[in-house]
Design a protein around this ligand. Sequence first.
Ligand code: Q9C
Ligand code: ZN
Length: 334
Amino acid sequence: MRTFHSPLQRRHAPEKELHNGAFVPFAEHPGRIDAILEALGPAEAPRDHGEEPILRIHPRAYVDFLKSAFGEWRAAGRPGDAGAYVWPVVGRRPLTLDRVDARLGQYSYDASTPIAEGTWEGSYWSVQSALSGLDAVLGGEAAAFALCRPPGHHAGADYMGGYCYLNAAAVAAEVAIAAGRRRVAILDIDYHHGNGTQDIFLDRGDVFFASIHADPKTDYPFYWGHADERGIGAGEGATLNLPLPRGTAFPAFETALERALTAIAGFDAELLVCSFGADTFVGDPISFFALETADYAPIARRIAGLGLPTLVVMEGGYAVEALGANVRSVLSGF
Ligand code: Q9C
Ligand code: ZN
């Protein structure tokens, strides 16, 4: 399968994240790319589509923030990566402040998403990889793989979170619509709920969002991904959340997958974007499902059974020693 990735994506390399009360080495590191490319072989360099497709999803002010935040942080005399330590509470006045600390809080919702020197560049090229994979699929390939890193599904239109800054899957889905696909489905099978993607399309009837993930009662991102979130307005019924308990292994995952696929089949989509996270793997250090490497191939075969042109976008997956084999397994099924 054609695979797209840019070495410039490595420029995003924060040092640490706040995890369970302590600063620990950043789990979403460039070594993840090495592991995947070692298993797949070299990837094609993406074409540069510019900022225009990104701005279809993300407002200019947020994009400018991502570009300038690290420089503002340095200019304020701060060491290390830029990170928020204060967040506006829901319902407070939408003040426009230019202090970097205020801006970091305004555009994020958690403390696991630092901005390093190369965060903008890495995120930009991650989206370009998704757009190049989309080009391949729009051009007639049955499926293509975008090795997107940093990941994207926790990023909303104007916020970062969960190691995500720009939402590559959402940008690709929107560009597919702009290219004339009337209805697009997004199937998110990362361990964590894809809150950013859901938020972006929550009130849209032309993009179906289905997600299988750890129950947010026990797992990040907690405030999204509950089964009663089903879309609003024109998007009523076009969001499907299938939360599963910790410990979920292949049989229960497959049952949820069949439900998601039935719903997607009923939506009459012309194209599928699959946000794939390998953090459902039994050995993932920050997640608690129990899928095995060999399970990813039949999961992909069932998804491919929809018969839709499919763009696979990489999201999470932190068991680096197994990551290459897990990605190879999933791609073998498409
Ligand atoms: N102690 C993705 O898989 N970590 N993001 C929270 C909890 C955030 C995962 C820290 C996990 C985000 C794309
Ligand atoms: Zn995840």
